[in-house]
Design a protein around this ligand. Sequence first.
Ligand code: MN3
Length: 253
Amino acid sequence: MRYAVLLLAVMAISCQKKKLTEVVEVPLPSETEKFTVGNPDDVKAQPGAFSVQPLGYEYDALSPHIDARTLDIHYSKHYLTYTNNLNRALEATELGKLPIEEILKKMDMNNAALRNNAGGYYNHNLYWASMGPNKSDAPGEALLSAITTDFGSFEDFKTMFMDAAERQFGSGWAWLVVDKFGKLQITSTPNQDNPLMPQATVPGTPILALDVWEHAYYLEHQYKRRKYIEAFFKVIDWDKVAQRYSDALPSKK
Ligand code: MN3
């Protein structure tokens, strides 16, 4: 009898063990699990001072250089969150009536919520508008001529920009800006800072923006940031960059 009780106890314990093992062995999502690409037009910010800027192309339009899944998550999750948090940070202030560029120029750099989210909103707007499916390989005449004057050649510019993007430590951005003299400069900034903010190392009007946060490339390229930067160069919309260059020249202001 005592033996039977002991046997039951052993069975109960082994049963318990098996159950625990089963709980641990939850199958991980399969590598081949389908990701359904969404529609960028469905992304809407909560009511507030700023709306999401239309992406201007489908999530798969930049594929294979920028993959659809990365672009979908980047736009519909990360960017939407910056937009909603910016609106929240502007509640109960008068700042929301200003254009985003003016908010950035007046930034109180100690206001972390506004700094991160106003930067995150503006930077992504320019990033989306730096890319497009109808890209040309190089800028048109006026911008190409300025690039040649200020960097030596288009290839030199490309190398310098790619290096700045690659060397930005941790999360941040690489920029092509027009400074107050109308000269082109390359710079990079940490986190969601940008060249419009007070205390920028290289202040100026951004005309080309590259997001080098890991969320911009990790699914496709993992740690290989350089591969992502090379892919970005294949989808730059140089016509739009050239238009911003023209608008940013001091003579136009
Ligand atoms: Mn980003």
